[in-house]
Ligand binder design. Structure first.
Ligand code: PEP
Ligand code: MN
Length: 340
């Protein structure tokens, strides 16, 4: 349920209403917009007398929210959430590029790729240290050493780092990591999500292989219910009957998620297609669909990568894609201005 507050209301009147609502065992999420203050109620509102609330002097209107996600809901929070991570921002209306290898393979490799993607315009570095592989016999990542190498790359380039956590036992290694990634396979690991809700750092939440948008938003809700509102949603392709591509990139998720939620949305064209030659066209399409950012796999030697070589761009190809997506971004922005 949301309560729209009349514009002329005084702060102490709003505070009194919040206290009254809290006495009804409800958590109140306050959204102070330029035009209006909105109170979002989280909890069991079934016993609240809507007519009584509606009749209050400072209340303009009361609306029931149909969707099961509350904190992630745009109705609660009409303005876009801007996530800040170590100097980079995502969701502020610009296009954020996150790039780097699937896995960290050596200190030399990650530092070299970090420098090159930074020079091409990336503002965050990705790289897996803990890798969720389908086969237990495949390269599993460098673990703690991989995190240390990422931190060295961060120190050398100033790029904030994004890396995946697979299990809560690894959390102590993430103190200096800027954005914690929850991979597709862990999107519904509710124990992990709950704990990440107690962290005070951004979480990049990837859509599960067979998850609906609502399930993705409910997973974001798990994190937000713990008090961590810094969540970035990531569309990374879903499993369908189509076999030519590794997954099917659901681009409709971009405008849909942005309509339903105030959280920033990024697209991963690498895992969604599984093919480096599809990364460029799908990146352009994602920007056309209105993404806040792209997370792209880039490798110094894709043919010999320890993981996901076929979908990784070379550093040169990334440089060209970064330039092309910026042109599309500028065109989309100009188009928005024409519409207004
Ligand atoms: C990754 O980004 O390295 C990864 C494993 O992605 P996903 O969880 O989307 O498969
Ligand atoms: Mn990968």
């Amino acid at each position: 349920m949301i309560i729209l507050i009349k514009k002329e209301s005084r702060q102490e009147q709003i505070e009194r209403l919040i206290e009254w609502l809290q006495k009804h065992q409800l958590n109140v999420h306050v959204s102070e917009g330029m035009l209006q203050t909105i109170l979002g109620l989280v909890g069991d509102t079934s016993r609240l007398d809507i007519d009584l609330v509606r009749s209050m002097e400072i209340v303009e209107d009361v609306k029931r929210i149909q969707e099961p996600f509350k904190s992630a809901n745009r109705k609660f929070h009409p303005e876009n959430t801007v996530v800040a991570a170590g100097g980079a921002v995502i969701g502020d209306g610009s296009l954020t590029l996150i790039a780097g290898p699937c896995s960290v393979e050596s200190e030399e490799q990650i530092c070299m790729i970090a420098k090159s993607v930074k020079a091409s315009g990336a503002t965050m570095l990705r790289g897996g240290a803990f890798k969720p592989r389908t086969s237990p016999y495949s390269f599993q990542g460098l673990g703690d050493d991989g995190i240390r190498m990422l931190l060295t790359a961060k120190q050398e380039t100033g790029l904030p780092i994004v890396t995946e956590i697979m299990d809560l036992s690894q959390l102590h290694l993430f103190d200096d990591v800027d954005v914690i990634q929850v991979g597709a396979r862990n999107m519904q690991n509710f124990t992990l999500l709950k704990e990440l809700g107690h962290q005070r750092k951004p979480i990049l939440l990837k859509r599960g292989l067979s998850s609906t948008m609502e399930e993705l938003l409910m997973s974001a809700e798990y994190i937000m219910a713990g008090g961590n509102e810094q969540v970035i949603l990531c569309e990374r392709g879903i499993r369908t009957f189509e076999n030519y591509t590794r997954n099917t990139l659901d681009l409709s998720a971009v405008p849909m998620l942005k309509q339903l939620s105030h959280l920033p949305v990024v697209v991963d064209p690498s895992h969604s297609t599984g093919m480096s030659r599809l990364v460029r066209p799908m990146s352009l399409a994602a920007v056309g669909a209105g993404v806040d950012g792209l997370i792209i796999e880039v490798h110094n030697d894709p043919a010999n990568a320890l993981c996901d070589g076929p979908q990784s761009l070379t550093q040169e190809a990334f440089e060209e894609v970064a330039r092309a997506v910026q042109l599309v971004y500028d065109a989309v922005k100009a188009g928005k201005e024409v519409r207004q």
